[in-house]
Design a protein around this ligand. Structure first.
Ligand SMILES: NC(=O)c1ccc[n+]([C@@H]2O[C@H](COP(=O)([O-])OP(=O)(O)OC[C@H]3O[C@@H](n4cnc5c(N)ncnc54)[C@H](O)[C@@H]3O)[C@@H](O)[C@H]2O)c1
Length: 266
């Protein structure tokens, strides 16, 4: 077990990609704090893992509120005494109502900036003092291949993810001297509640997808754009997160690594 007794915080982890990361971390022996704004889903997920013998803690946390983040970090220290790994995964696609818009509006810029980018910095800032103390830490930011290639319909989200990639490099430089590795994972297509929102918006705004169900749009995009011909799963992202959280990756920092079946090779 590559992460035996390591303490990890994963934000936005009650479902989707974050839940895939938590599953893999727990399977590899880590103690995991599931920090998500949604209490019901978070507790339900934590209970399931506890029944399977894993050591996890559900924390209702809004990553955009500094008091909420500080309280989650304090609870983590009280319970588990240290923090070895942070995965900044919480993310939003856009503000509510995006399905009816053809392009990002100011409210979409605000929320994607707050959750997808600014919170990555503030959660990192809250955790790093403990990592510095230990001269050890692994930080993994969940960005997106979208942050490398852009999109005609949601520039706000793409810019937030490009910002996450840039922040990953800056943090890697800033914390290297404390033996803290900082890397980003850039997923491609992962079928989660966020993916449903993305395809609903495509269906309502792009004539070529009119009258297609979200899953049909998603499958056709996967077939058209992914050389390996298959979408990615939360487990795929979790596998790379385990590697980046382990000592197997001790000489890797400041990288933004794609898990996208070859749809982007930069
Ligand atoms: N699904 C994809 O295809 C895809 C592709 C590339 C990148 N990503 C990124 O992966 C990450 C996870 O996405 P997902 O597809 O699992 O989405 P999701 O919508 O299924 O899950 C996002 C989670 O973040 C939580 N969250 C939202 N705002 C929060 C806040 N303020 N504080 C705490 N938690 C909050 C939600 O409650 C939810 O559990 C996101 O950063 C997303 O941008 C997803």
């Amino acid at each position: 077990m590559d992460l035996l007794n390591k303490v990890a915080i994963v934000t936005g982890a009650s479902r989707g990609i974050g839940a895939g990361v938590v599953d893999k971390f727990a399977m590899h022996g880590a103690k995991v704090v599931i920090a998500d704004i949604s209490l019901g889903e978070t507790e339900g997920f934590a209970d399931k893992l506890k029944k399977n013998g894993h050591e996890v803690y559900a924390s209702q946390t809004d990553v955009t509120k500094i008091e909420s983040v500080e309280s989650m970090v304090a609870d983590t220290i009280e319970r588990f005494k240290t923090i070895d790994i942070l995965v900044n995964n919480a993310g939003v696609w856009a503000a509510p109502g995006f399905v009816d818009r053809a392009l990002s509006e100011p409210e979409d810029w605000d929320i994607t900036y707050e959750v997808n980018l600014k919170a990555v910095a503030s959660v990192t800032n809250a955790v790093v003092p403990y990592m510095k103390n230990n001269s050890y830490g692994k930080i993994i930011n969940i960005a997106s291949v979208g942050g490398k290639i852009g999109s005609a319909s949601n520039p706000a989200y793409m810019a937030s993810k490009a910002g996450t990639i840039s922040l990953t490099k800056s943090s890697a430089l800033e914390y290297a001297k404390f033996n803290i590795n900082v890397n980003a994972i850039c997923p491609g297509f992962v079928w989660t509640p966020m993916a449903i929102s993305i395809e609903e918006q495509a269906g309502s705004n792009q004539p070529e997808y009119t009258n297609m169900a979200p899953r049909e749009i998603y499958d056709s995009l996967v077939a058209e754009t992914i050389p390996l011909g298959r979408d990615q799963t939360p487990e795929d992202i979790g596998n790379l997160a385990v590697f980046l959280a382990s000592e197997f990756s001790k000489n890797i920092t400041g990288q933004a690594i794609n898990v996208c079946g070859g749809s982007n090779m930069d």
